[in-house]
Design a protein around this ligand. Structure first.
Ligand code: PRP
Ligand code: URA
Length: 208
């Protein structure tokens, strides 16, 4: 499945602020939140709707509403948490799951420390949230867990993706649709995305 990249002047503008080393944690969080709303908008074009009947002040009207029982967002801790805020602004009733993964900086492999997802997740379409797709290890581990739980339709939403990360996901999970705001040049020898924005978790939470 071909990745979907959100080419738009708004995205380029916001990414240029996000990448700058001078951007504060406060501004960084606000921009991740805004980009998440745009990623959510694009990635939910074909989500499940249910037919309802409402009364306008003038007549009875048959329309559709999002079937909130059919959608789950899963944030990869820590950095993915920063995307939840933007998502719930436009989808306040969204079900949210969390997976705690930390990349071992020597092996670059993700280590699992937490996993809690809504009941009946297997009957929903899942949207994984993580601002950075670097080697793809964290994304692949999350997809493995969700598939083991019976989830059939999975999307991966990120702000910056590396070409290597996209290829690594596709090799194992070609049925997962990737959405990103940008595909960067490559990874460096420590698994950081270039030009990238540095360590997203550290920039969000002012840690080292
Ligand atoms: C970062 C990022 C992704 C992961 C991407 O998290 O938020 O989850 O690295 O790298 P990968 O594609 O090579 O797996 P990190 O492990 O640094 O944890 P943090 O969010 O707690 O800082
Ligand atoms: N995780 C990040 O936060 N940034 C990178 O460039 C790679 C992994």
């Amino acid at each position: 499945m071909k990745e979907i990249v959100l080419y738009h002047p708004l995205i380029t503008h916001k990414l240029s602020i996000l990448r700058s080393v001078e951007t504060s944690a406060k501004e960084f969080r606000e921009i991740i939140s805004e980009l998440s709303m745009l990623l959510c908008y694009e990635s939910t074009r074909n989500i499940s709707m249910k037919e309802i009947v409402i009364n306008t002040p003038l007549e009875v009207y048959k329309t559709n509403r999002i079937d909130k029982e059919k959608i789950t967002f899963v944030a990869i801790l820590r950095a993915g948490l920063s995307m939840v805020d933007g998502i719930v602004k436009i989808m306040p009733t969204a079900k949210i799951g969390h997976i705690g993964l930390c990349r071992n900086e020597e092996t670059l492999k993700p280590e699992l420390y937490y996993y809690k997802v809504p009941n009946n997740i297997e009957n929903t379409e899942v949207f994984i949230l993580d601002p950075m797709l670097a080697t793809g290890g964290s994304a692949i581990e999350t997809i493995n867990k969700l598939k083991k739980d019976g989830v059939k339709k999975i999307n991966f939403l990120c702000v910056i993706a590396s070409p290597e990360g996209i290829e690594n996901i596709k090799k194992i999970h070609n049925d997962v649709q990737i959405y990103c705001a940008c595909v960067d040049r490559c990874l460096n020898d420590r698994g950081y995305i270039l030009p990238g924005l540095g360590d997203a978790g550290d920039r969000l939470y002012d840690t080292k």
